[in-house]
Design a protein around this ligand. Structure first.
Ligand code: 6PG
Length: 239
């Protein structure tokens, strides 16, 4: 695990975009895939990614999680990713289906079938994640059913604390990935980040990354890292 600390969200986004582009370039083979994080933090990273030299024709983009809303809804992660990145680049985008006639469970199953076609071994090349102040990641929220899933790659998840349904990559799906990058910014995340990285295991969903098979890179800003005391970090620009 590496923790890369940047001065502010702007430099975090620039570095994260570069890290994603580099991770894509080192993957040989005809296709490479990236699971995109939702929420607000990644938007700037996706905008920066647009201008980097990536062969998007070989890239399959998918969503690490999605809200159970219509595709054009303001809360849709797929809409955010489309507006900030996908509409500008020629990548293939796999998006979970939404319909008032579809259940979240069926949509998750359909999506998993699509994911199986682009990565038959279930090993994603890159998974981007964020972290909530409750230590959730993707749509793996504390105390929710999805935390118990041991086999499926993508699942529906009822989130009572938000009174909503979500679709999310499962813990095994995330833990199998070759590279996981967690983008985290802001003072509001500082306390939970310190507990996640330095406190007892099994307290927060995102601590599943302690048991990830691949590379885990936290790309954070100074504010989010401000309460770290025992974690080795790499500061941007440090010699
Ligand atoms: C979502 C995300 C979620 C997000 C965190 C952090 O759909 O909301 O995937 O896991 O990454 O909640 O969100 P912010 O980046 O907005 O703080």
């Amino acid at each position: 695990m590496r923790v890369l600390v940047h001065p502010d969200p702007d430099s975090l986004a620039t570095a994260a975009a570069r890290a994603v582009a580099d991770a894509l370039s080192v993957r040989t083979g005809p296709r490479v895939n990236v699971g995109l994080a939702g929420g607000s933090t990644p938007a700037l990273t996706y905008q920066r990614l647009r201008s980097l030299d990536v062969d998007w024709s070989r890239v399959d983009l998918w969503l690490s999680d999605e809200r159970w809303v219509p595709h054009d809804h303001a809360d849709s992660n797929g809409r955010m990713a489309t507006e900030t990145l996908i509409s500008q680049v020629g990548a293939n985008f796999l998006r979970p289906r939404w319909s008032e006639y579809l259940t979240p469970a069926d949509s998750a199953a359909f999506y998993e079938a699509e994911l199986r076609r682009i990565m038959p071994d279930g090993v994603a090349d890159v998974v981007l994640l964020g972290m909530g102040t409750d230590g959730h990641t993707a749509s793996l929220f504390p105390g929710t059913e999805a935390l118990t899933e041991e086999h499926r790659w993508y699942v529906d998840n009822e989130v009572p604390q938000l009174d909503t349904w979500r679709l999310t990559a499962s813990i095994p799906m995330i833990q199998r990935a070759r590279t996981v990058m967690v983008l985290t910014a802001g003072e509001s995340k500082a306390e939970v980040l310190a507990e996640v990285l330095e406190g007892p295991d099994g307290t927060y969903p995102i601590q599943i990354l302690r048991h990830a098979a691949g590379d885990v890179v936290w790309i954070v800003d100074d504010a989010a890292a401000s309460q770290l005391t025992a974690t080795p970090v790499e500061r941007a620009g440090a010699q």
